[in-house]
Design a protein around this ligand. Sequence first.
Ligand SMILES: Nc1ncnc2c1ncn2[C@@H]1O[C@H](COP(=O)(O)OP(=O)(O)O)[C@@H](O)[C@H]1O
Ligand SMILES: [Mg+2]
Length: 385
Amino acid sequence: MDLKAWLADTRLVVCVGSGGVGKTTSAAAIGLYAATMGRKAMVLTIDPAKRLANSLGLETMGGEPTRIDLGPLGDGVAADGELWAMMLDSRGTFDDLIGRIAPDEAARDRILANHVYRHMADAFAGSQDYMATEKLYDLVQDGRWDLIVLDTPPVKNALDFLESPGRVVRFLDEKVLGWLLAPYDRQAVWGSRIMQGTSTIVFRLLGMVFGKEFLDDLATFLQDFGGLYDGFRARHAAVVALLRADTTQFLAVCAPTTSSTDVARFFLEELEARDLPRAGILVNQVHRTAFDEVGVPDDLRAVAQRVAADMPEGTIDRVLGRLQRAHVRLRALAATEQAQAASVGQAAHGVGFLQQVPRIRGEVHDLSSLLKVGQAIFEVDAPQA
Ligand SMILES: Nc1ncnc2c1ncn2[C@@H]1O[C@H](COP(=O)(O)OP(=O)(O)O)[C@@H](O)[C@H]1O
Ligand SMILES: [Mg+2]
């Protein structure tokens, strides 16, 4: 399967998987490779390794879209394309969002200054996956990029990310607010029941516990925030539509280990259950061995003999013996990894591709090593899983 063609038809790639497997690396490599194909790519990243962020010039940029200078790769490598990157700023995102959907400035300022809001915003700011989907919506609306690659946060529960777009809506629908505003009838009109029935008792109790000032804050918050319901609902619907679009592809990234491929398998199932578009699986950091035979190849022995000509007798054999044992171990590791890849490939059968990405020497923290990862993804035909 030609992954270049796959990428050309895609406008949003969402990289999912467990932590530490290479989601951020893959997301950046995909964005970079797209830029070399002439695309204007944006990588929305959550937690880039410090050295990667540094070398991309991301560290000082906060939550603003930053264009990456691809000059170091050499002239013409990405002549028509652009690579942009941005780090998620969870705190800023929620306040921005209120600014966007509040009916007017006065309402916005009132909400932003409200103590109850601040508490809630802090709670939601900790939820990076929710913020990522909010930011994603903004980036798509912006229209400056023809490809967005979303790196997803390391989540405790792999499902959190998929559930996140609806979180605020559900919060407004069912949780604290729904209960306070409409204790008897969930469909009741917003705000109309604040001071009736059970709520009144609850409010009195809250007043006794937290004081009148808190109560005033809460009442104002409930009324103002309740008014934002339609805005949240509309955004939620738009994000869900975006995640379902034909041009969106979810890519499960994993390492060739049992635990990581289990998570990838689980993600594929969950995506299918939600009817979300699955591209396939990247098995990252696969070890490759140069020689197939377990024995020391003759040419290696010849080289060793030349190099160690003046060393004590037996040195070469001892060195070659060690090399051979290391080689046997590496081959065993590679074989185990191939078995992992094959088994996760079965789970992905009929879904999409299964691409293996070799472990690159050293870490992937600059443009040229990112490009190597990109080439490993896109310039080797991937088997259809
Ligand atoms: N193909 C690869 N070869 C070598 N090192 C890699 C490769 N992919 C990722 N890494 C390294 O592994 C570490 C974790 O990668 P990262 O992309 O930050 O993982 P995640 O975002 O899934 O937590 C980083 O130090 C990165 O440089
Ligand atoms: Mg990461």
